[in-house]
Design a protein around this ligand. Structure first.
Ligand code: DX5
Ligand code: ZN
Length: 227
């Protein structure tokens, strides 16, 4: 099964957000990655539940809300109620992570935990069996358009081995610095969902760019280079 593409709206034209989301949906995106930032956990401020609810009305795609906020437990239900199918919280920000994960799942959404580049896999040792997906940051969170931090690819491979060793069905998502040029390398690391922002919305035709990246991922299944 091929990895899927999750365009991040952080790099979209916020004055035309609905139209931009429709473009990547038409291009074959599987998810819409919604970057939520509070200017406290990360040095940037973006959007919240209200914009998430507005996006819910313009796309059929699952909304993958990445909460880069302090005290995420206070807001997870607001995002589920706004229409998020996936809500991920940073292990570095969630004091009561097990309770937060359960709250997301009890509200009917998929729960993910996020690791910053320097946070070791061991930080999720006791929660891994409970979560639906793990989001590995391949940039330091806060901004789009940064370079992918290469050691995170090895981290993804180690996580894939760990999941398989434990017989879990946990999915792996990677987020940050993925481009047309490194897409094949990224997708060959056992990753299921690939976030990409500036590489799609920074191009003149996000629909065509999405189509090209989705086609690359499909070709990897056909040529056996998808592990
Ligand atoms: C960064 C965000 C990422 C970012 C990805 O804090 O979590 O989702 O928008 O953007 P690119 O693909 O441009 O690195
Ligand atoms: Zn993100």
């Amino acid at each position: 099964m091929s990895a899927v593409l999750a365009p991040s709206i952080l790099s979209a034209d916020f004055a035309r957000l609905g139209a931009q989301v429709k473009e990547v949906e038409a291009g074959g995106a599987a998810l819409i990655h919604v970057d939520v930032m509070d200017g406290h956990f990360v040095p940037n401020i973006t959007i919240g539940p209200a914009v998430t609810a507005a996006l819910r009305k313009v796309t059929q795609l699952p909304l993958d809300c990445h909460l880069m906020i302090s005290d995420p437990d206070r807001y997870v239900l607001d995002f589920v109620e706004a229409g998020a199918e996936m809500v991920s919280v940073h292990v570095e920000a969630a004091v009561h992570l097990h309770r937060t994960v359960k709250r997301i799942q009890d509200a009917g959404a998929k729960a993910g935990v996020v690791l910053n580049p320097a946070t070791p896999l061991s930080a999720i040792e006791d929660i891994l069996p409970e979560v639906d997906f793990v989001l590995l940051m391949s940039v330091n969170p806060g901004f789009g358009g940064q370079k992918l931090i290469p050691p995170v690819l090895q981290k993804a491979r180690r996580l894939r081995e760990w999941i398989e060793r434990e017989g879990l069905s946990t999915r792996i998502e990677i987020d940050g610095g993925v481009t047309v040029d490194n897409l094949r390398e990224v997708a060959s690391c056992g990753i299921d969902m690939i976030v990409t922002g500036s590489a799609v919305f920074g191009t003149p035709d996000p629909r065509a760019t999405t189509q090209k990246m989705v086609r690359t991922l499909a070709e990897m299944v056909e040529d056996g280079s998808r592990c």
